[in-house]
Design a protein around this ligand. Structure first.
Ligand code: MSP
Length: 638
């Protein structure tokens, strides 16, 4: 039996899980379930990343111990994962003893390999990422490429891993194994980074106490990222060379979001090379889920209410939508409208109708699964397509094209609906002569539904079971091999009408309802928590100025936007502001507003905007921030 070991990132416990973190984990769950369906011996790891400076700081702010903070936060993940029906085999916490022992063993091995040395590190550091960045990565403004906020200059004595030593071997490995980093865009990105030269990386922190002490210098803790990467082997019992470790390592796939590919595709394999351990077979990085173009994250306060979505559509529709709607590997912008449209088209119409039409006709005319006695036109085409679908889905799952695998299953669903139309099966009940043909067509529809149920089971486990029950099967015994042969559905089982699997939704009503869900209602400033604290130096990085509006005009075909010319004392600026629904252009002239003067210029609807005006922005209301008395244009706002 083949083994299949799949992992998700381990998530930081300084914020509760959200749609973005759920996305990675559901995708991994789908692959884990698919491989179980194929009969593989699967091990599916997920967990939480509990050490590091961010956790230490948050615990101090809350006035509780770091361990208490982790103990409070870890269950928020397990609770959501249970709700999402995830089938992970282990939920790893990095504060557990087996992980600590494993990480210590790993660092000792690296040390013994002679690839660790002590040095002074100087560089730009982002505290949120807990990561140093090079000048090249930062660009001119020295802002963190992930958070777009100023980094700090840090000088610190640290231990280093001689990453540069592995540059050539790594490059050769990536080149020789096209599947190693996927999708292609990420592979090219990593190839570029490695080709342009690797620098050694720091693997310890002397200034942080919440972590695992370095085995060879207890005054330092292991840098949280290095320790976190070890989780992929510590989870298997690497500390004791356990049976699982010997059975499942190397991993078949490390699944993650594109933000953390470099750690996984460069540092992790190089460290494994250093201690002669096999490399994971694949690093797969999917895109981000965004909300109005911005990455969904707790820090940004733009999360989507998962409970409200599941409450409205049901869990399986939730899992289906996120796996189907967005091309896996690329970013996808969430909108309630997209959910309702996709739900109505694919689930209520295509799949729901196929089941209810088929069962309705069977129940009315036969009362049981009919015998396929009378072959006829289109039968072979449907059978052939069902068989091909199984193969195509397999190829697509191996390419991690999860959305296309679903699309392929739905092509079959739509083909069978067409078969019902083409054969006009409902009209064949008229005479005993045609009833044999009717039974055969309906049998074929049920048999196709049996195939569909098995294929969708990794994505929609409960729906798959409901379909199976409806067509007279029990929930067990649904491996891929059970649908390899056409005709496996036994005739004669009593069949009743189906309750609608996915009742249709009213687009307008549902969108309105979801927009008033608790998390959607939380305005961004209120959604801020102490996770969002910024340092004084980060605040000072912003150049806020008094700006006087000289003129304002509407922008054709952009209902929300106004183009403003503002006076900044020493210069004039043009700014595009999304305030047209709240201010008439003529009312703005002469108003003094606050301008973020050092914002990167951006093109909005093709018009250059050289700054941003500040306003209090609620869901419906908006008010520009102005001054209590007139000030000279250009005065700094502090
Ligand atoms: N702790 C590290 C990972 C260590 S793995 C050895 C970390 N944690 S995290 O909590 O920040 O989670 C990052 C992961 O969450 C991303 O790589 C991605 O898998 C997922 N996502 C978080 N927000 C996301 C979106 N908006 N969209 C899609 N996935 C996102 O980094």
């Amino acid at each position: 039996m083949s083994t299949f070991y799949i992992t998700t990132p381990i998530y930081y416990v300084n914020a509760e899980p959200h749609l973005g973190t759920a996305y990675s984990t559901i995708a991994a769950d789908v692959l884990a379930r698919y491989h179980r369906l194929k009969g593989d011996d699967v091990f599916f790891l997920t967990g939480v990343d509990e050490h590091g400076e961010n956790i230490q700081t948050l615990a101090a702010e809350k006035g509780i111990s770091e361990q208490d903070l982790c103990d409070q936060m870890a269950p928020t993940f397990t609770k959501l994962w249970n709700k999402l029906n995830l089938s992970n085999d282990i939920f790893l916490r990095t504060t557990s003893e087996f992980h600590k022992r494993g990480a210590i063993k790993f660092l000792s091995a690296l040390h013994e390999a002679g690839d660790i040395y002590k040095d002074k590190y100087k560089g730009y550091y982002c505290r949120r990422c807990e990561s140093f960045y090079t000048n090249r990565e930062l660009g001119d403004n020295k802002n963190c490429p992930v958070h777009k906020l100023p980094t700090e200059w840090v000088e610190e004595e640290n231990y280093f891993f001689a990453l540069s030593k592995y540059q050539d071997r790594l490059l050769a490995h990536i080149r020789a194994n096209p599947e190693f980093i996927q999708p292609e865009s990420r592979r090219n990105e990593i190839l570029n980074v490695v080709e342009s030269g690797l620098r050694d990386v720091s693997i310890s922190r002397g200034s942080v106490s919440w972590g695992i002490p370095l085995p060879f210098d207890q005054t330092h803790v292991i840098y949280v990222w290095i320790e976190a990467l070890c989780n992929y082997i510590t989870a298997l019992g690497y500390a004791d060379d356990g049976e699982k470790y010997r059975k499942y390592w190397p991993a078949d796939i490390h699944m993650m979001g594109k933000d953390i590919t470099r750690f996984h595709a460069i540092i992790w394999p190089a460290m494994l090379m250093a201690i002669d351990l096999p490399l994971p077979k694949q690093i797969f990085a999917h895109g981000f889920l965004t909300n109005q173009g911005e990455k969904i994250s707790k820090t940004k306060g733009n999360v989507i209410d998962i409970d409200a979505l599941i409450g409205e559509f049901g869990l399986d529709a939730f899992r289906y939508f996120f796996m189907r709607e967005f091309s896996f590997g690329n970013d996808g912008d969430y909108a309630h409208e997209r959910f309702v449209l996709r739900y109505n088209a694919d689930l209520a119409n295509d799949l729901g109708n196929l089941l209810s039409r088929t069962l309705g006709l069977v129940a009315k005319n036969f009362g049981a699964v009919p015998e396929p006695t009378t072959p006829g036109e289109f039968d072979d085409e449907v059978k052939e397509m069902a068989r091909e679908t199984i193969n195509k889905v397999d190829a697509l799952m191996n390419q991690r094209s999860l959305d296309m695998a679903l699309e392929t299953i739905w092509e079959l669903v739509r083909r069978v609906n067409r078969y019902i139309q083409q054969t006009q099966v409902w009209s064949l009940a008229k005479s005993e002569e045609t009833k044999g043909r009717m039974g055969t067509i309906l049998y074929n529809c049920m048999e196709a539904l049996r195939t569909v149920a098995v294929l969708i089971s990794p994505f929609m486990p409960d729906t798959a079971n409901r379909i199976r029950q409806h067509i007279g099967l029990d929930e067990s015994d649904q491996g891929l091999d059970t649908v390899a042969q056409w005709g496996g559905l036994p005739a004669g089982k009593t069949i009743g009408r189906a309750q609608p699997l996915f009742p249709r939704k009213d687009l307008k009503k549902v969108v309105e309802q979801l927009e008033s869900a608790p998390e959607a209602k939380a305005e961004k400033p209120q959604a801020k928590t102490t996770d969002n604290l910024i340092s004084m130096s980060e605040f000072q990085g912003m150049d806020l100025r008094v700006a006087e509006v000289l003129s304002a005009e509407r922008i054709p075909k952009a209902d929300r936007l106004l183009k403003l010319q503002v006076d900044l004392g020493s210069e004039k600026r043009q700014v595009v502001a999304g305030i047209a629904e709240h201010y008439a252009p003529e009312d703005l002239v002469g108003k003094q507003v606050i301008l973020v003067a050092n914002l990167e210029p951006a093109k909005i609807r093709g018009i250059e905007s050289q700054g941003m005006v500040l306003a209090a922005a609620g869901k419906k209301e908006l008010a520009l921030a102005t001054f209590e008395k007139e000030m000279p244009p250009g005065t700094q706002v502090r």
